[in-house]
Design a binder for this molecule. Structure first.
Ligand SMILES: [Ca+2]
Ligand SMILES: [Ca+2]
Length: 114
């Protein structure tokens, strides 16, 4: 078994395992930056009403999360939609009411560690 430390990876934007999340982001979310199967992602998103969605993701203890939305997926076009949720080590299930920001255009959601 190989010990993994911050010195083994680059937190400036390098994605050492190629999973689409930078090493620095993986450290913030307690994911393994050298395991491409381990990264922060939603398990599911389902409609729960008009502009209301249910998001679920595997959380890590001590990690805080918020939900952001974007209309374009542009890197600078993400706004925080939700309160902050604390990870428990189990699946977090959160109801998101996007009615205040929805305008019948596509909305994209992501889970971030603030
Ligand atoms: Ca990565
Ligand atoms: Ca990873």
């Amino acid at each position: 078994m190989t010990a993994i430390g911050k010195s083994d990876t680059d937190s400036t934007g390098i994605d050492s395992d190629g999973d689409g999340q930078s090493d620095g982001h993986e450290f913030l979310t307690d994911a393994n930056p050298l395991d491409s199967s381990d990264f922060l992602r939603a398990d599911s998103i389902t409609g729960a009403g008009l502009y209301v969605y249910e998001l679920a993701w595997p959380s890590r203890p001590g990690i805080y999360y918020c939900i952001q939305y974007s209309r374009t997926l542009g890197e600078n076009d993400w706004l925080t939609l939700s309160e902050t949720y604390q990870g428990t080590g189990t699946i977090l299930l959160v109801i998101v009411d996007a009615s205040q920001v929805s305008d019948n255009e596509k909305l994209f959601f992501r889970i971030q560690s603030p």
